[in-house]
Design a protein around this ligand. Structure first.
Ligand SMILES: Nc1ncnc2c1ncn2[C@@H]1O[C@H](COP(=O)(O)OP(=O)(O)OP(=O)(O)O)[C@@H](O)[C@H]1O
Ligand SMILES: [Mg+2]
Length: 276
C-alpha cells in the first residue's frame, strides 16, 4: 500500500533510557522512544501510537511512568514542545482498572472531568455528547458500582477525553468490549486525533490487530539475549521492534485490516512476540 505524504515536527513525548526495578528485580530496561508531531499536508492530523507486549511484561508499569504517576529507577519522561519532565496530570490516563468516583453518578463523574476544561454550560453539553456516543445515556444516574465492566471502561475513556489537554494514554482500552463497542471506541480515537494537530493517543495493549489498525507508529516490548544466549532481565524495545506504520503505508487508510500487507505485518509481529 502507498505511504501517504507526511513529515515530522516537534517532540510530543520522549522516553529517555527508562529502566524500572522492583526490589532489585528489573522489569523495564533502557527504553527509548520518541513521539513526534506528525504533519500531513492540508490536514489536521494527531498521533496514535501503540505499545505492545505480552501479559506481565511491564506495560502497565510503563504507563504509570509515562503518566508521571511513578518515578522510574532511572531515565526520564519529557512532555511537550518544551520537553518538560512529566508530572501527574499532564497526561490523561485511562488505567486498566477504570477508577471512577464511587459516590458520584456516572453523569456527575463525567461533569467533574469536563468542568476541568470547559465552562459549566459547555461542560454539560460535552457530557451529553459523550454519553450518547458511548451508549451510556440510559445509565447516567447510576453509580459506578452498578455499571458493567464495559460501561465503566467507556465511562473512564470518556472522562479522560473530556478533561485532557492533548495527550491521552489508554491501558488496554479494548479488553472487555464487544465488537460493536470496539468499533465505536476506534472511531472516537480517530476523531479525537483529527480534531487537533497535537492530540495524541497512546494505546498500550496486547490486542495487536486493533492497535495496528489505528496506530501510525508501534513499539514492541520484549526481552533480549546476551552473547551467550542467556535472557537479559528487564523488557526493552529493540531497534528492530520500532515500526513506522506511516512509512510502511499502513497508517491512515480506511479499512486497512482488509489489506494483505496488514495481515502480513500482524503475522510478523505475532512471530516476533512468540520468539521474544
Ligand atoms: N508496585 C509493584 N511492586 C512490585 N512489582 C510490581 C509492581 N507493579 C508491577 N509489578 C510487577 O511488574 C511486572 C509487570 O507488571 P505490569 O502490570 O506492568 O504488566 P502488564 O504488561 O501490564 O501485564 P498485563 O498485560 O497482564 O496487563 C509484573 O511482574 C508485576 O508483578
Ligand atoms: Mg497491564
Amino acid at each position: 500500500m502507498t505511504s501517504l505524504a507526511h513529515s515530522y515536527a516537534d517532540p510530543i513525548l520522549t522516553l529517555d533510557n527508562i529502566s524500572m526495578s522492583f526490589h532489585g528485580e528489573p522489569i523495564l530496561r533502557d527504553i527509548n522512544a520518541q513521539i513526534l508531531d506528525v504533519i500531513r499536508p492540508n490536514m489536521t492530523q494527531g498521533q496514535i501510537l501503540g505499545f505492545y507486549g505480552r501479559s506481565g511484561i511491564g506495560k502497565s508499569v510503563l504507563c504509570r511512568i509515562m503518566a508521571g504517576l511513578m518515578a522510574p529507577s532511572s531515565g526520564r519522561v519529557e512532555v511537550g514542545a518544551a520537553q518538560q519532565p512529566v508530572r501527574a496530570g499532564m497526561v490523561g490516563f485511562v488505567q486498566q482498572r477504570y477508577p471512577l468516583f464511587g459516590h458520584r453518578t456516572l453523569f456527575d463523574n463525567l461533569l467533574v472531568a469536563a468542568e476541568r476544561k470547559h465552562a459549566p454550560e459547555a461542560a454539560r453539553q460535552h457530557v451529553e455528547t459523550y454519553l450518547e456516543r458511548f451508549c451510556l445515556a440510559p445509565h447516567r444516574k447510576k453509580y459506578p458500582a452498578h455499571l458493567s465492566g464495559g460501561q465503566r471502561q467507556r465511562a473512564a475513556i470518556a472522562q479522560q477525553l473530556l478533561c485532557s489537554d492533548h495527550l491521552i494514554l489508554l491501558d488496554e482500552p479494548f479488553s472487555g468490549l464487544d465488537v460493536a463497542m470496539i468499533d465505536e471506541v476506534k472511531r472516537i480515537i480517530v476523531e479525537v486525533t483529527t480534531m487537533d494537530e497535537l492530540n495524541t493517543v497512546i494505546i498500550v495493549s496486547h490486542d495487536i490487530v486493533t492497535t495496528t489498525a489505528l496506530a501510525d507508529r508501534l513499539w514492541l516490548l520484549g526481552y533480549e539475549h546476551d552473547a551467550a544466549g542467556a535472557l537479559v532481565p528487564g523488557a526493552t524495545i529493540s531497534p528492530q521492534h520500532q515500526y513506522n506504520l506511516a512509512e510502511m503505508g499502513l497508517a491512515w487508510h480506511e479499512n486497512v485490516e482488509a489489506e494483505p500487507e496488514f495481515a502480513q505485518f500482524v503475522e510478523h509481529i505475532k512471530n516476533e512476540i512468540r520468539g521474544s
